[in-house]
Design a protein around this ligand. Structure first.
Ligand code: ADP
Ligand code: MG
Length: 265
């Protein structure tokens, strides 16, 4: 056991276990998860399908209450969804009958924080993501990558400190995905956000993450934590892939994934 430093983590999960209970059975999705995420960190979760990645994000978002254990944000136990946490999914959930600008402002309306100032911030983000010229367009007029950028803007507009990203790139073509990876890292660093990304792409996890967690399933547990060294962590993901040692780390994560998928050590 390592001794934890006396500082408050941005996110802390203490012995988190979650069961899904249906009238016919109870299923243990995750068991005994301990996880500390420091402010400004970018964490990646990988693991076989059904190992509880989405469950963990839903718990941190306060959408599900853990069956056992506690989750803290800034040292305060969470009791439900909060504005501090933004959640972005694989599907962009844009409304086709609203313009891009109206889709983005919707986040502000839902949180009841729409004002001249927050609207200006939203427009600023649209500009940063090179979407400002499309503000009056409709979602169907945009490419998949652009739509995901709009979804990201909508999430950031509410100024969450924490971003939870559940496979946001998986429906995109490879080139768009690489560009969006860099854009997300740049934007989150600039705005000093803490993030947890779920991905099935191990290469992406090593290129983007400060730390990569490989999960096991039945029940979902942390199998392995892989630390990404500074020379791979610091450059943008596109360049991180060319750094020495990248392939070794990828192979390490791959091996853990293989063992995890086959339920062996
Ligand atoms: P992942 O995102 O890693 O694929 P999930 O967190 O979605 O995994 O699911 C973990 C396990 O919990 C899976 O076996 C899934 O079938 C089960 N599960 C997820 N959501 C529910 C639910 N609402 N009710 C019952 N079982 C669920
Ligand atoms: Mg999932």
């Amino acid at each position: 056991m390592t001794t934890l430093p006396p500082t408050t983590a941005k996110i802390e999960l203490r012995h988190v276990t979650h069961l899904y209970v249906t009238p016919r059975q109870a299923f243990m999705a995750v068991k005994g998860i301990d996880l500390r995420v420091e402010e400004g960190e970018f964490i990646c979760l990988v693991g076989p399908s059904g190992c509880g990645k989405t469950t963990l994000l839903s718990l941190i978002a306060g959408l599900e209450k853990p069956t056992a254990g506690k989750i803290f944000i800034d040292g305060v136990e969470i009791k439900g969804p909060s504005r501090q946490v933004g959640y972005m999914l694989q599907q962009d959930y844009l409304f086709n009958w609203r313009t891009i600008e109206e889709n983005v402002m919707l986040g502000l309306d839902i949180q009841h924080i729409r004002s001249k100032e927050t609207e200006e911030y939203a427009l600023h983000l649209l500009e940063e993501m090179e979407l400002i010229n499309f503000r009056h367009s409709y979602p169907h007029q945009l490419s998949g990558g652009m739509r995901q950028r709009v979804a990201l803007v909508r999430t950031l507009t509410c100024q969450p400190d924490i971003l939870l990203l559940d496979e946001p790139f998986s429906a995109l073509d490879y080139q768009t995905k690489l560009k969006l990876e860099d854009l997300i890292i740049e934007t989150l660093r600039r705005h000093k956000k803490t993030a947890i990304l779920v991905t099935h792409d191990l290469n992406e996890a090593v290129a983007m993450g400060d730390r990569v967690f490989v999960l096991d399933r039945n029940p979902g547990r942390i199998r392995k934590e892989v630390m990404i060294p500074p020379h791979i962590r610091e450059p943008l993901p596109f360049y991180a892939r060319n750094e020495e040692g990248f392939t070794t780390l990828f192979n390490q994560v791959w091996k853990e994934m293989e063992a995890s998928s086959h339920g062996t050590d």
